[in-house]
Design a binder for this molecule. Structure first.
Ligand code: AMP
Length: 302
């Protein structure tokens, strides 16, 4: 089994209360692939410019990620810069330069369309739909997004949401999209569009999975140091979908386990700037952290 992901491969510049890093490897597809490849085969679709040193993604190829779908075109690579405020649990985008992303049209190399699971990572919702159209037989489709697309492409974004099985986004984005204070109201509004499941990420407060039957919440692991939260959402998605693809089980119990896997992988991502912590992470490390989650959220019979 395998997961097809379309998203960004980027140069990021980030500022957090614990430091800053400039022009480091980032992008939604990068973080997702680094996380999901701990579980299963990943096929990546993205674009970079001629300024991108391909050796930066060599570690993904070494982990078995299929990077034939990474197009290299003349021009500059997508760039994002942001600043994090831990007191308000918010991310401020300082700059977004689409560059080669502006004219990108995803084409799937041979074998990609046969993937069971498809992750439409944070990218232009028009491109998310272009990929969806090329995978009519996918067993499960999931999408993520960001304030940039909510603000610039709302209509197209809502259309993509109405065509996937699972929507994930963070709480500030959910509130902005639906114009409500309640994340439960926001999740229900998104479910009305058609998805079976919504996962709202809440940064240091964990996440909540909502479907037609109710909700399940998972706390985040408490960390003494969060060096850089960038990519926590994408690596959450990587752990979540990676686990589901590996087991092939979409029962409620398995979905809850997948939420914990996503949260466990994301808890590693934030320990270092960029993708550094994910480079040498092993399934064994994730398994140990999964057990920590079981322990700190365990509730005895009453
Ligand atoms: P996350 O922190 O998991 O929500 O995602 C962070 C990654 O998303 C960064 O590495 C950025 O390069 C990438 N990113 C930021 N803005 C956008 C955007 N508008 N579209 C696609 N990817 C983006």
């Amino acid at each position: 089994m395998s997961i097809l992901v379309v998203g960004t491969v980027a140069f990021d510049s980030v500022e957090t209360p614990l430091g800053r890093a400039d022009d480091i490897l980032g992008g939604s597809a990068t973080y997702f692939s680094a996380a999901a490849s701990l579980y299963t085969d990943v096929k990546l679709v993205a674009v970079v410019g001629s300024d991108f040193p391909m050796e930066r993604v060599a570690f993904l190829a070494e982990r078995g990620v299929d990077i034939r779908g990474l197009q290299v075109v003349d021009g500059r690579t997508f760039r994002w810069s942001g600043r994090y405020d831990y007191k308000s649990n918010t991310t401020e985008t300082l700059d977004t330069q689409l560059n080669v992303l502006a004219d990108f049209h995803p084409t799937l190399p041979e074998g990609y369309a046969a993937s069971d699971f498809v992750f439409l990572a944070n990218i232009d919702p028009d491109l998310q739909q272009e990929v969806l159209e090329q995978v009519p037989d996918a067993r499960l489709t999931m999408m993520d997004t960001m304030d940039f697309w909510i603000n610039t492409q709302r209509e197209s974004l809502v259309k993509t949401m109405s065509r996937v099985d699972v929507v994930t986004l963070n709480e500030a984005e959910a509130r902005a999209l639906v114009e409500t204070e309640s994340i439960l109201t926001a999740a229900k509004w998104i479910l009305e569009l058609g998805p079976k499941l919504v996962v709202i990420k809440r940064g240091e407060y964990g996440c909540v999975k909502v479907d037609g039957n109710g909700y399940f919440t998972c706390p985040a692991r408490l960390q003494e140091e969060v060096k850089d939260p960038t990519g926590a959402g994408d690596s959450f998605a990587g752990g979540f979908l990676g686990y589901l693809d590996k087991t092939g089980d979409l029962s409620e119990a398995s979905l809850r386990q997948a939420v914990v896997h996503g949260s466990a992988v994301a808890s590693f991502t934030v320990e270092e700037f960029g993708v550094e912590r994910l480079r040498n992470l092993t399934p064994k490390d994730v398994a140990a952290r999964y057990r920590e989650f079981q322990e700190f959220s365990h509730l005895a019979e009453w």
